[in-house]
Write a protein that binds this ligand. Structure first.
Ligand SMILES: Nc1ncnc2c1ncn2[C@@H]1O[C@H](COP(=O)(O)OP(=O)(O)OP(=O)(O)O)[C@@H](O)[C@H]1O
Ligand SMILES: [Mg+2]
Length: 291
């Protein structure tokens, strides 16, 4: 797909979004149909990419934290990102999620949505969920209430008109409880959970929004070995249905989940391949693994 065509697609999406601003709608039925497409997150992955970064750069006070970074992720892929401290891994996630604006480059969600045109909240609503390192669950609420609350952060018209879980949501909540291994803890306060369980709960809260792409920054830091192993199983069970980008320093964890690994260094891709391939790459050994 040419950049022109991608631009054109992005313009159409932006126009569809504008069309639902109250009072600006020319044709209610038609506009609502387009809006539904965007809100429900029909991401165009017909070109084999859910996420596409090209030549992205950002500087902080003259320091290039991200330097002509190009990367793409396939639908359903579980991509691991490694790299030494300060390589730009978290900054890359900040750019994808709209927290940081790059100075240059292209960032597309599917082949039509130009993420650089959207704000952080819009990007989350389009189906990009992000997990920060520190768990941010509501400690005074139960596991159930935390998951229920995750639905209410959905600002779509449909969601804001709804006061309690409909049966489809209740089914999803029950399924997610199983997925995150917390079915036995549904009525426990989140504050009483172990660190690992809190991390799973937060992942469950993201899953309640049915994200297309999940960005997970150092998800197993601070977990016990058993929690780490279960997190690996969890991620493997999510891939296919969701696309995942996992940043981790824990190489034995990466080994249990990885297919393709991307090594970042000084804001660019240094190497890409299987974990064995990148671990055998001289340049990688030099900058990172051989430290
Ligand atoms: N908002 C900011 N202002 C100034 N410098 C920043 C900002 N955000 C990141 N940096 C710098 O950009 C570089 C990349 O940081 P980043 O946090 O993305 O690295 P990282 O790969 O996530 O490292 P780690 O593995 O330690 O988490 C670092 O040198 C950091 O100090
Ligand atoms: Mg980081």
């Amino acid at each position: 797909m040419t950049p022109d065509l991608m631009e054109e697609g992005a313009r159409r999406v932006a126009a569809a979004k504008q069309a639902v601003v109250p009072g600006k709608t020319e044709s209610g039925g038609r506009a609502a149909g387009f809006a539904h497409l965007l809100v429900e997150g029909q991401v165009d992955v017909s070109h084999g990419r859910i996420l596409y970064l090209e030549d992205v750069s950002v500087s902080f006070d003259g320091f290039k934290a991200i330097n002509r970074l190009s990367l793409d992720i396939a639908p359903g892929e579980l991509r691991c990102i490694i790299g030494p401290n300060g390589a730009g891994k978290t900054t890359m996630m900040d750019i994808i999620t709209g927290k940081t604006r790059p100075d240059a480059g292209t960032v597309f969600f599917g082949s039509t949505i130009d993420l650089l045109r959207y704000k952080e909240a819009d990007i989350a609503q389009m189906g990009i969920g992000r997990k920060f390192q520190k768990p941010t669950v509501f400690e005074m609420l139960t596991v159930f209430e935390n998951l229920e609350l995750a639905l209410k952060t959905d600002k779509s018209v449909h969601a804001s008109m709804r006061f309690r879980l409909d049966s489809a949501d209740a089914d999803r909540l029950a399924e997610i409880l199983q997925t995150i291994h917390l079915a036995d803890s549904v009525d426990r306060l989140a504050g009483e959970l172990s660190h690992g369980q809190k991390q799973w709960l937060e992942i469950g809260m993201l899953l309640m929004q049915d994200p297309k792409l999940l960005l997970l920054d150092e998800p197993v830091a601070g977990m016990t070995d058993e929690e780490t192993a279960r997190t690996g199983e969890l991620f493997l069970s999510l891939k296919g249905k969701h696309s995942l980008m996992v940043v981790e320093h824990d190489m034995s964890f990466i080994r249990t989940i990885s297919e393709k690994v991307t090594v970042l260094h000084e804001g660019s891709v240094l190497a890409e391949g299987t974990l064995d391939q990148v671990q055998g790459d001289e340049r990688v050994i030099e900058v990172y693994l051989g430290r």
